[in-house]
Design a binder for this molecule. Structure first.
Ligand code: F6P
Length: 540
């Protein structure tokens, strides 16, 4: 892979002249108001970008064309185009792990594929799709010769969120193979997944890039025990368990056959990996055409990101607006509001993608950041969110920006209900932008919140792939402006070791002297509860 040329030392964000200009624009005595901006009909067309089947409308953002120009200068001063070329070219963009971040290579068109990885990507994808089709067509069967009807996917974080989002969004009501995702270490998750499963007809995928994540290892062990207790067939494990990992040796040591291991690579980050072998449940559940369409949609967005000029580059502009909202307008949180039941898992996937990528406090060179980085990301499915969080959004005291995601065409015949869904999505965005007045102070709302509206003309694999790739490039552009590494996640490594010590303490009756006072009391309390449950099960 191309070694990253020594990056010229980048100035701190707040030292950039464009940053200083944006600060001046944000501090103007007459701050920009959505109502004024939206009254200007000439402004809108410059704030909408259409790509294949996706409209990105940012006209409800509190941004003037002058501010937009300064934001684009900011991107130029961070050499965004050159940094994007390094990303696609296999540069060492993940500098703290000295790795490339080549999720784009997983969906590159052959003529653009990188020689260093092209062959293994193509070969692995071929294996993956062959396997998925053989399961779907019943050529690959369980140990008793019966076709698979249930897929239990075991993985967490980037090894589960993307695939579960995609199979939930695009899955049929009664699929030939029912797919269940198990992620939490909480035993109730794997128990629920296996409660109705038939061991003869259940296929397990154990997805873990490291093959050392506690939750996944524990759930995989529980699944193996469940299978052996019901079949007493150790020789049958190979027919029912496959793995997706960058650590094939560990997978084989755990008892899996090498031919049942689908590789991942360290140059693909977990939260960017659904395009890789991590996407196996997508291909099994939806079929190879859907998986290829997903890749094609992402590839189309990659092309847009690589070719569109800054002022027409949707992911870049979305990132710059995040900077404007978060760093200059004080909106420290981003609310994701998919107005489509099929996209109900989108907020969870984007939470990991955005906050695990850019929830950082150190610049690439190790210096402390001088500005805020990733926003808090949350949200909910519209219209459910209107009965849960919109009160705060309309009349609370917090600043926020929002992403509304609408889908033009329904996949059902209840047209009036779909029209109501869209009307609510539009209305809520309009109200968050413009607010409303009443003589009764309790009944008015200020509005004036900046927000994006995404409209997919319909929800299919291609358009979903494009949307997810959009957010990947948006995250990359945020990170390059803040001058942080969007591709490592040292903050979550520490926690994994911390739990191990407390696990041991909870397992015995000793007093956790080395722990802080609060933890000691909590450990003792939980130990007492466990003793009580052991002494008197009926007390549960
Ligand atoms: O959340 C931390 C993390 O390392 C994620 O980056 C990753 O997607 C997840 O845990 C699971 O890791 P693995 O795929 O190695 O089991």
């Amino acid at each position: 892979m191309a070694e990253d040329r020594k990056e010229p030392a980048s100035p701190a964000a707040s030292d950039l002249t464009a940053w200083k200009r944006l600060a001046r624009l944000a501090a103007q005595p007459q701050p920009l108001k959505s109502a004024d901006l939206l009254a200007d009909s000439t402004r809108g067309e410059a704030l909408r970008i259409r790509t294949d089947g996706l409209l990105f409308d940012f006209s409800r953002q509190k941004v003037s064309l002058e501010v937009l120009g300064a934001l684009l200068d900011l991107a130029e001063q961070r050499r965004w185009r050159r940094r994007a070329q390094a990303l696609f070219g296999g540069g060492m963009v993940n500098n703290t792990e000295r790795r490339a971040a080549l999720h784009t290579a997983l969906r590159s068109p052959p003529e653009q594929q990188l020689a260093a990885v092209g062959e293994q990507v193509a070969e692995t994808r071929r294996r993956l799709l062959d396997f998925a089709e053989s399961v779907r067509r019943g050529r690959r069967r369980g140990f008793s010769g019966r076709a698979f009807t249930q897929l239990v996917h075991i993985g967490i974080g980037g090894s589960h969120l993307g695939p579960e989002l995609v199979t939930t969004a695009l899955g049929a009501a009664n699929p030939p193979i029912k797919t269940t995702y198990v992620a939490n270490i909480d035993g109730s998750a794997i128990k629920a997944a296996l409660a109705e499963a038939n061991p003869e007809r259940t296929l397990f995928i154990v997805a873990s890039k490291s093959f050392s994540t506690l939750e996944t290892q524990a759930n995989a062990a529980a699944a193996r025990s469940w299978f052996l207790e019901r079949t007493n067939r150790p020789d049958a494990l190979a027919a029912h368990f496959v793995a997706v990992t960058a650590n094939a040796d560990a997978a084989v040591r755990s008892g899996l056959r090498k031919e049942n291991v689908f590789p991942m690579w360290d140059w693909v980050g977990g939260r960017f990996s659904l395009w890789s072998s991590v996407g196996l449940p997508i291909a099994v559940h939806l079929g190879t055409d859907a998986f290829n369409d997903l890749l094609a949609g992402a590839q189309g967005m990659d092309r847009h990101f690589q070719e569109a000029p800054g002022a027409a580059n949707a992911p870049l502009l979305a990132a710059l607006l995040d900077i404007w909202n978060g760093n200059f307008l004080g909106a420290g949180n981003l609310v994701i509001l998919p107005y489509d039941h099929r996209l109900r898992l989108l907020p969870a996937h984007l939470q990991q993608l955005i906050t695990e990528s850019n929830g950082k406090r150190r610049r690439r060179n190790g210096a402390k950041v001088d500005v805020h980085t990733a926003p808090i990301v949350w949200g909910g499915e519209g219209t459910l969110s209107q009965h849960a969080i919109h009160q705060l959004l309309h009349q609370g005291t917090r600043s926020f920006s929002a992403d509304f995601i609408l889908v033009g065409q329904a996949d059902h015949e209840l047209d009036e209900q779909h029209r109501w869904l869209l009307a609510n999505g539009l209305a809520q965005g309009q109200a968050m932008a413009l607010g409303w007045r009443s003589d009764d102070a309790h009944r008015s709302a200020p509005g004036n919140h900046g927000l994006n509206t995404f409209v997919l003309d319909r929800l299919d694999a291609k358009r979903l792939g494009a949307l997810l790739a959009f957010f990947e490039h948006r995250v990359f552009c945020q990170g390059l402006v803040w001058d942080i590494n969007s591709f490592d996640q040292w903050g979550v490594e520490f926690g994994k070791g911390l739990a191990r010590r407390l696990f041991n303490q909870l397992g015995d009756d000793g007093v956790a002297l080395e722990e802080d006072a609060s933890t000691r009391v909590l450990v003792a309390h939980l130990q007492a509860l466990n003793r009580k449950a052991d002494d008197d099960p009926s007390s549960e």
